[in-house]
Design a protein around this ligand. Structure first.
Ligand code: FAD
Length: 504
């Protein structure tokens, strides 16, 4: 079979790229190794205390979703209607540190006011921080839909760490803690994260945080329907083994069973370390290939899933996420401990079928689970179960300590480990967002979307910014490499301007 475009991986990046290409007359085929589409957007079902519950893997809340904002416009351009609920404007993220709580409000101006209230002697530092964040955001072409923005090429943004920047401003330890406390949204400590990543991820959250009603399914299902409506195809249970080239051009892919599918364009929308195994050896310069093969993984995720007793008083608990950190230095998230109450990012989506679900994401070392790396999910031994139970108890202890209304009210249903994430998304060491978006993997050091071969590209969160928005932007970015970046940016803006003006 010959297709115009083959996209490997049905995460938000792959599906977005395929739909953009289909809108431009291509007939894309999306190939997915797993038996359900969506990658990190996939959901799973477990039996709760009073019936089945569906939990999210990687869509707890998404930023930039007020009408006219970038995530909203990208969904609008793709032609999908994603139902959302805004988080609490006064406190969408509650930071809980031993040194005291802090509420992160929606909007940079409101955040500046809140930070100054908390650190009254540092008004100038807060203003300089917020101004820098705004400048960085304004320089990212896809985030602003401005082809003239050249941030991607601005070395300073990728070669200055958040820590270095805060040091240069002379920020106090308390202000530093509050600014760095949401770092689990990109899963890199302050000394390693480039300003460009911090600003893009935190800016999107601060400006437009929303729940997706119905979770990842409510994004994946309409995207797949839209792909099919435009004449594209999706094949599940179809792992790709390698990409094929002919001279200086891509010619198709070979599937795990040996079947060959021909295409003029192939996009690998997968983890960069997976991509490198599928590419011809000389697709990148040797140094870059090595860097991709050795790319550092984010800290692993250990996530507890459950329900909350219907009788619990949830005043001040729902409508926001809770960042429960055991130390005033938020980098403790990257030094997980097996003992004692553990760091947890608690998410409480809007109730579904009268049930209040929760998930609590902690961090975990791959090494804790390495001894089971040759086993599969649901087929592991009692020792593994005991470790899961211990780590779950540590997270529950932290929730009960910092959110007292939930004491005795949590019903844990299951927990996932870095191995679970590896098994379901293909991330080699189960890192939260796959490749760590640190300074040694971004900017000049980042994965190039274009390869040496005409028509052969790489996309996905590991080639840009982690998260639903960041990964979606990489899908648009790679489609832009094929169709013309500036023209595509202009098209997205012009096709969504009317709807943005109407606010619907
Ligand atoms: C625990 C957790 C919580 C998160 N929470 C949030 C959140 O609240 N908000 C937010 O915005 N983001 C969140 N994220 C991040 C976000 O979900 C991801 O960054 C994003 O979905 C990644 O999309 P992607 O398209 O790059 O790749 P993925 O979603 O990783 O998709 C890649 C796909 O490629 C497939 N694949 C791999 N190899 C092959 C092959 N050889 N052949 C065929 N198919 C293959 C995989 O099976 C997978 O389906 C979270 C992630 C995790 C893990």
């Amino acid at each position: 079979m010959t297709y115009s475009s083959i996209v490997v991986g049905s995460g938000i990046s792959g599906l977005s790229a395929a739909i953009v290409l289909a809108k431009h007359g291509r007939k894309p085929l999306v190939l997915e190794a797993h038996n359900i589409p969506g990658g990190c957007m996939q959901m799973f079902q477990r039996r709760g205390p009073d019936g089945p519950c569906r939990f999210d893997t990687g869509v707890h809340y998404v930023g930039s979703l007020y009408p006219g904002q970038i995530m909203w416009r990208l969904f609008c351009y793709l032609g999908v209607d994603v139902p959302t609920t805004p988080l609490d404007r006064e406190c969408f993220d509650r930071i809980s540190l031993p040194g005291g709580d802090f509420c992160v409000p929606v909007g940079w101006d409101n955040l500046a006011v809140a930070l100054k209230r908390e650190c009254p002697d540092e008004a100038a530092v807060v203003d300089a921080y917020v101004a820098k964040m705004r400048r960085v955001e304004a320089s990212l072409n896809w985030h602003t839909l401005n082809p003239e923005a050249e941030g991607a090429y601005d070395r300073e943004l990728f070669e200055t760490s958040l820590q270095g920047f805060l040091d240069s401003l002379g920020a106090s330890p308390r202000l530093r803690s509050l600014i760095c406390a949401q770092s689990s949204l990109y899963a890199v400590p302050a000394a390693q994260v480039p300003l460009a990543i911090h600003a893009a991820v935190i800016g999107s959250a601060v400006e437009g945080p929303h729940y997706v009603n119905g979770g990842g399914d409510a994004i994946t299902k309409p995207l797949v329907a839209r792909l099919r409506e435009l004449g594209g195809e999706l094949r599940l249970r179809t792992p790709v083994e390698r990409t094929l080239v002919d001279g200086d051009k891509v010619s198709g892919v070979e599937l795990a069973g040996g079947e060959v599918l021909r295409a003029e364009e192939v996009i690998l929308a997968v983890h960069p370390r997976v991509a490198v195994k599928l590419l011809p050896d000389d697709a990148y310069r040797r140094v870059l290939r090595q860097r991709m093969a050795d790319a550092e993984e984010c800290i692993g995720a250990f996530v507890v899933y459950g329900t909350i007793d219907p009788g619990a008083d949830l005043t001040g608990v729902t409508g926001r996420n809770h960042y429960l950190l055991r130390d005033d230095d938020p980098d403790c998230f990257y030094r997980p401990s097996m003992d004692g109450p553990a760091d947890a990012i608690v998410n409480l989506p809007p109730p579904a079928n009268g049930r209040q679900l929760f998930s609590a994401m902690g961090s975990a070392r791959w090494e804790w689970f390495e001894q089971w790396q040759d086993t599969r999910t649901l087929k592991r031994d009692a020792k593994y179960t005991a470790l899961k139970e211990k780590l779950t108890a540590n997270i529950v202890a932290m929730i009960e300590q910092r959110i007292p209304q939930l004491r005795g009210r949590l019903h844990v249903v299951d927990a996932s480990t870095p191995l679970t994430l590896r098994d379901y998304t293909g991330y080699p060491r189960g890192g939260i967002y796959g490749v760590a978006p640190g300074m040694n993997a971004q900017g000049r050091n980042g994965v190039r979307r274009r390869t040496r071969y005409r028509g052969l590209y790489v996309s996905g969160a590991g080639t840009g910014t982690p998260g639903i928005l960041g990964a979606c932007v990489t899908g648009f970015g790679v489609a832009g490499s094929i169709l013309g970046t500036d023209a595509l940016i202009d098209e997205v803006r012009s096709q969504t301007d009317d709807a943005a003006r109407k606010g619907s």
